[in-house]
Design a protein. Sequence first.
Length: 300
Amino acid sequence: MLAQILQQLPQQLINGLVLGSTYALFALGFTLMFGVLGVINLTYGFYFTTGAFLALYGAKMLALPIWLALPAAAILTGLLAIVLDTILLTPLRRKKAPELSSLMVTLGGTLLLYSSMTGIFGTEIRRLPPAIISHAAITFGSVRINLSQILIVVTTVLIVAVLLAVVRFTRFGLSMRSLAENAEAAELMGVNTDAVVRLVSFISGALGATAGVLIGLNFNAIQPYMGEAMMLKGFAVIIIGGLGDIKGALIAGLVIGVLEALTAGFISSELKDAVAFILLIATLWFRPVGLFGRAPVKRA
């Protein structure tokens, strides 16, 4: 029994690394949106779905290779995110409405968007052309991994590295941090907060679309409500990692993915989805701000 477990362990760890990377990749834009703009934008799952559909139709109707279909889908979805943020959230932001208002507005917007997409495309599962990327397994001893899985892991690592560099070492990153800390003070310091908000919305939408394309590519299953299912794991990732923390989202996503893979491989696949929410409950009990989150400073 022990020998069998040790034999299967490397493959399950690789499966968990890929699964965790998908969770982290999805949660990055969600984390950025909450950390800078201070809103839980439920339309984020729609960006995930939109990116996958745009890449699907780019590959099928325009015969675009994946290295063109993916950035095109990300850019178009980023522009859509700016439009939706302007319509749904900008009026609330100007009136300084409470956080619950943005949550309810984006919930209503999400239901409308998903219903519209279902009415246009139906609910059936669609698949990318088989030739868009090779799904042949690459074998390293007893471990098997394919090109789309490698692409997910590499893309996640690169995006996290770029985001951290932008946030810490660029003028735009400084503007984002000042906006996240205090929007009014940022404006007094000369920060164009409207421009920063639009750019953050664009980046978040593009990240959500990138996640949708890569995950749709890996599982080769695209349908309108695919983003809704990922939102539950996205919530777990950003809360466990620490609200608004990019590094925390990466680590939390990887931890959840590895534990889910080990649970499915060695205990029961039916219990796999419970792992993230057990971790979520434990985090809220023992460290409510998350692994890397910081408790808000109370000012007199």
